[in-house]
Design a protein around this ligand. Structure first.
Ligand code: F6P
Length: 360
C-alpha cells in the first residue's frame, strides 16, 4: 500500500469518447479514498508550464460522464522529451522540468490517460523515477495488451450509423458509396463498422488491396441483382505495391496526416466498374459525441482500477481489458507496439465467408 497523498491526472494524444468518464472515475475514487486529485491541463504541458493545473473534486466532475472530449484538454505535440518551441530552431528537452514540477507540486503519482505515444512518454518518466499508472486510449483500438480501448465502440457505432444512411442513398441511385473511416495502422474500425453495417468491401491497412479484385467482387454482386455497393476503407489502407495516402507529411512535432484514400478508391472503382461512385470521409466525427454505454463502463472501470493500482503501489503499469476482467499490464510490454487485425481473426474469416471483398 502506498502513501500517495496527491495524484496527478492528465490526458494526452488525440481525444476519444470516454476520456471524461475516466477522469470522473479517477477523481471520485481518488477523493473517496482520501487522496487529492490534481488535473493537469493539455497533457504534459500541465507539468511544463506553471498554472496549468487545478484541484479536481467530485463537484468538478459531476455531469461529465456522458461528455465527449476532455475537460483537461489534450495535445499530440506535447512530448516533454522533444518539446516544440516556436522561438528558436526546433525542440527542447523539458523532461527535467516535468520531474521538478512533479515534486514541487507535491504529487506522489500520475495517472496518464493516452495512446501509444503518450504511454511511451509515461514509460520513460517511469524509468526516471516517476510513479505512473497508464490508461490506454485510442479509437483505433490498436494498443496491445487490451482487448478494447474506450472510444472504439463509440467510433464503430457512429461509423455503422453512417453506413446505414449511405445504404439508402446508394440503393436509390444505384451507386458505389465509399466511406473512409479512421484507422492509421490498424483496420479495427473499418472491419467492425463494415461488418455491422453490411459493407460489401472492406479495405484495411493489414491487407494491401488490388482495385481490380475489389471491382471484380462488386461486379459479382451485380450478377445476382444488386445495383449498389458500399465500400469501407480505413484511412491507412493502401493499394498493393502503393503507399498510404497523406494530406500532410510529418513536420517536426506533427505526425503525418492521413487522408484521401476514400476519394482515390471511389474514382478507381468508378473507372473499373463503370458505375457512378461517391465518397465520404467520416474523420473527426468519429471522435466526437457522447460515449456509448459500453465505453462509459469500460472507461469507468479503467479509472477505478488505475486508482486501485496507485493505492497498491503497482506502478509502471497500464490498466487493460482482458474480458471479463480489468487487469494490470507492464507498460514495457505494451509500448512501441501496434495491435493489428490478425489474418486468422474469426470476424475477418466470417466476413470473407459471407462474400465481403478485401481486395486480396
Ligand atoms: O489515433 C487516433 C486517430 O484518430 C487516427 O485514427 C488519426 O489518424 C489521428 O488520430 C488523427 O489525429 P489528429 O487529431 O492529429 O487529426
Amino acid at each position: 500500500v502506498t502513501t500517495v497523498k496527491r495524484l496527478g491526472v492528465l490526458t494526452g494524444g488525440g481525444d476519444a469518447p470516454g476520456l471524461n468518464a475516466v477522469i470522473r472515475a479517477v477523481v471520485k475514487s481518488c477523493t473517496n479514498s482520501g487522496m487529492e486529485c490534481i488535473g493537469l491541463e493539455d497533457s504534459f504541458d500541465g507539468l511544463i508550464e506553471p498554472n496549468r493545473s487545478r484541484l479536481l473534486t467530485p463537484r468538478d466532475v459531476t455531469g461529465i460522464l456522458r461528455l465527449g472530449g476532455t475537460i483537461l484538454g489534450t495535445t499530440n505535440r506535447g512530448n516533454p522529451f522533444a518539446y516544440p518551441i516556436s522561438t528558436s530552431d526546433g525542440n527542447r528537452d523539458y523532461s527535467d522540468r516535468v520531474i521538478e514540477m512533479f515534486h514541487k507540486m507535491g504529487l506522489g503519482a500520475l495517472v496518464v490517460i493516452g495512446g501509444d505515444g503518450t504511454l511511451a512518454i509515461a514509460h520513460r518518466f517511469c524509468s526516471l523515477g516517476i510513479p505512473i499508472v497508464g490508461v490506454p486510449k485510442t479509437i483505433d483500438n490498436d494498443i496491445v495488451g487490451t482487448t478494447n480501448c474506450f472510444g472504439f465502440d463509440t467510433a464503430v457505432d457512429f461509423a455503422t450509423d453512417a453506413i446505414d444512411r449511405l445504404h439508402t442513398t446508394a440503393e436509390a441511385h444505384h451507386r458505389l458509396m465509399v466511406v473512409e473511416v479512421m484507422g492509421r495502422n490498424a483496420g479495427w474500425i473499418a472491419l467492425y463498422a463494415g461488418v455491422a453495417g453490411g459493407a460489401d468491401a472492406i479495405l484495411i491497412p493489414e491487407i494491401p488491396f488490388d482495385t481490380r479484385l475489389v471491382a471484380e467482387g462488386l461486379r459479382e454482386r451485380a450478377r445476382w441483382g444488386a445495383r449498389f455497393s458500399i465500400v469501407v476503407v480505413a484511412e491507412g489502407a493502401y493499394p498493393h505495391g502503393g503507399r498510404r495516402s497523406l494530406v500532410a507529411e510529418a513536420d517536426g512535432a506533427y505526425a503525418e496526416r492521413l487522408g484521401g484514400i476514400g476519394v482515390q478508391v471511389a474514382s478507381a472503382l468508378a473507372r473499373e466498374t463503370g458505375k457512378e461512385a461517391r465518397s465520404v470521409v467520416l474523420g473527426h466525427l468519429q471522435r466526437g459525441g457522447a460515449p456509448t454505454s459500453f465505453d462509459r463502463i469500460l472507461a469507468t472501470r479503467f479509472g477505478g482500477k488505475a486508482v486501485e493500482l496507485v493505492r497498491q503501489g503497482d506502478f509502471g503499469t497500464m490498466v487493460a481489458f482482458d474480458p471479463p476482467d480489468i487487469i494490470a499490464r507492464r507498460l514495457d510490454e505494451v509500448v512501441g507496439k501496434t495491435k493489428t487485425v490478425p489474418m486468422n481473426f474469426d470476424l475477418l474469416q466470417t466476413a470473407r465467408a459471407l462474400g465481403v471483398v478485401f481486395g486480396d
